[in-house]
Structure formats: C-alpha cells, structure tokens
Design a protein around this ligand. Structure first.
Ligand SMILES: Nc1ncnc2c1ncn2[C@@H]1O[C@H](COP(=O)(O)OP(=O)(O)O)[C@@H](O)[C@H]1O
Ligand SMILES: [Mg+2]
Length: 314
C-alpha cells in the first residue's frame, strides 16, 4: 500500500503527488470548540424523497453492444480479493454502483468495509479482481490512476485537515494544484460549498478553531471542491461527539438528494433507512446480503446479518 503516514508538514508538492495520502494524515493538536451552529445546508430543487431519486437513477454510460444496448454502471467491481499476508480481507467482492445511487455498507468490525472502500480508489491495492470506474479499468498498469482517483471524493472518520492552513486553503489547495483551477475560481467554488454547509463565516479560521462536526463538514466540502463523480464515506460520524453527528448526516442527506453517487460505510442505521437506495451487508470479507433497506433491516436472511442487526438496532 502506498499511503504510509508522514508526520512532517505537508508541502504542496506532496499534495500534488498523492493527495489521498495527505488526506490520511492524522490531525494533531485538535481543540474542541462547540460554538458551531448546526449545518444549514441548502436543499436544492433536487428530488425530495428517496423514491423520487430512485426514479431518476440511470446508468452513467450506455455502450452499443452486439445484439442490443448494454448499460455500464459508474463503478463495477468484479471478484475483488485482498490478502494481507494470510489474512483474507476481501474474498471475491463484486458490486455495481449506479450513477446517483446511495449504497450503504454495513457489517461487523473487521469485515472488510474499509478495505473495500479504500480499494475503489486504490488507496489499498487489491490482490486481484477488477474495478471499472467510468469505463476505465483502474487496475490497468497503463492507466494514470491519479486522474481517475480525483473523481472519487473520500471522507474518513478523521478529518485529516492540514492544521497549519486556513479552512479556505485546506479546501482550495487540491483543486488549484490538481485541477489547475485559478485561485479566484477555487475560492468562489469554496464559498458556494461552504454556504451550503453553513460554514462560510469560518473560511479564515484554522481547523483547531472548529468543532469535530464542523471539521467533518469542511472535509466534505474539501472533497466536493474537487468536483468528484462519486463520494466515498468511511464511518464519517464515528469519531464525533453524539451531538455533532446530526449536522454531518444532514449534509450527507442533502448531497444524496442532489443526486451525488455515494458509497457510505456507517453504523448510522437511521441514515441507511432514510437515504440508502441499497444496503450491502459484509462479513468476513464477503458480501453476504444486498437489498433495499427494508429488505435488509426487516428480513435479514443470514445468521450473521441477523446477529449484527440485533446488536446495532438494540
Ligand atoms: N493494513 C493492514 N494490514 C494488515 N491487516 C489489515 C490491514 N488493514 C486491515 N486489515 C485487516 O483486514 C480485515 C478487514 O479490515 P477492515 O477493512 O478495516 O474492516 P472494517 O472496516 O469492516 O472494520 C481486518 O481483519 C483487519 O485487521
Ligand atoms: Mg473500517
């Protein structure tokens, strides 16, 4: 894996080389500041309900195939395997994610959820299998992985903001370096996004001056400023104080309503019920069940899913 954590300060060149690795950095010297208001993300005129949104779900790419039209999903994963030495972390995982779909991945600790998510943008190199993202084989040696990785926004449990940079700088550094956005353009976009999460007045603050919930909303904005085609969330609320979970989930719900394609690992079952088009249950590196939230929550089929749901829903 290519993401050994570096402890020294990030320089722009490092960001350029591997933005994802930088995003992984643990933030130091965090101070809690609970002065933040709840997120006031603006809801656009996008579909209001999950059902309305589902009607609009369409495969991203349609290619002419022999004998008819074949649709291609935004992300197609086939037989993904990941071994860590003798540990089989991903055991033949196959999954499609359609454009505009919200997939929530649940399962006990150690089941391979993070490994799966991190494999999608090759933060973790799979041992074998296929990942086709926007028609591009991500594991093809000739593919410039960085170009495609930029199209996948990722939000981790820890916010990984650069402590020595203002919020504005944190948000605009990657679009300016990687997308060659002008400073003006990047800052305009950042202000628009900050307004949507109710934090435009904190643009000049430093991360240490923000609460955990505010920092996570900034981490989401930072990912969005790169104009991703899909957002990957790995337990984005797990490290937050309980009173801050809602403001982050609200931002994610609004993103979903606006049609963002999302893969979300979370233990927030309420969020899954409300927002997920599909819930995927993983255990022991495998997908054991997949279905609508209703199917998975009301009628789990495997003993492992039953046990897991009993423990998290109790
Ligand atoms: N870098 C690593 N090296 C060795 N084993 C790992 C590494 N990352 C994860 N694992 C192991 O792979 C399995 C799946 O981990 P993970 O994907 O983090 O599960 P989850 O996110 O569902 O809790 C676990 O047994 C974990 O200990
Ligand atoms: Mg995990």
């Amino acid at each position: 894996m290519s993401t050994k954590k570096k402890k020294k300060s990030a320089q722009p060149e490092e960001v350029k080389k591997n933005q994802s690795a930088d995003m992984e950095k643990e933030e130091k010297n965090e101070k809690k500041d609970s002065s933040g208001s709840a997120a006031e993300a603006v809801v656009s005129s996008a579909p209001e309900t999950k059902e309305e949104r589902q009607k609009e779900l369409k495969p991203e790419i349609t290619v002419e195939a022999e004998g008819g039209t074949m649709s291609e999903s935004l992300i197609m994963v086939r037989n993904l395997e990941k071994h860590y030495g003798s540990l089989h972390a991903l055991d033949g995982v196959s999954m499609n994610i359609e454009k505009g779909e919200v997939v929530v991945i649940i399962g006990p600790s150690g089941s391979g959820k993070s490994t799966f998510l991190r494999s999608l943008n090759l933060l973790e190199m799979p041992t074998s299998g296929e990942i086709i993202f926007e028609g591009v084989n991500m594991l093809d040696k000739h593919v410039d992985i960085n170009v495609h990785r930029q199209k996948m926004g990722m939000v981790f449990q820890h916010f990984n903001l650069f402590p020595h940079m203002t919020i504005m700088k944190n948000i605009t550094i990657a679009p300016m370096k990687l997308l060659k956005m002008s400073k003006e353009e990047a800052e305009k976009k950042a202000h628009e996004l900050l307004k949507r999460v109710g934090l435009d007045d904190r643009a000049d603050a430093y991360p240490s001056q923000l609460s955990g919930g505010q920092k996570q909303r900034i981490a989401i904005v930072r990912a969005l400023c790169m104009q991703p085609d899909v957002m990957l969330f790995d337990e984005p609320t797990s490290a937050l104080d309980p009173e801050m979970v809602g403001e982050v989930l609200d931002v994610m719900k609004n993103l979903a309503r606006e049609g963002m394609t999302m893969a979300v690992v979370t233990h927030e079952m309420g969020f899954a019920k409300e927002v997920a088009d599909r819930v995927v249950f993983m255990a022991d590196g495998k997908i054991l069940e997949t279905g609508t939230p209703e199917e998975i929550f009301s009628n789990p089929k495997t003993d492992k899913a039953k046990q897991f749901l009993a423990s998290v829903l109790s």
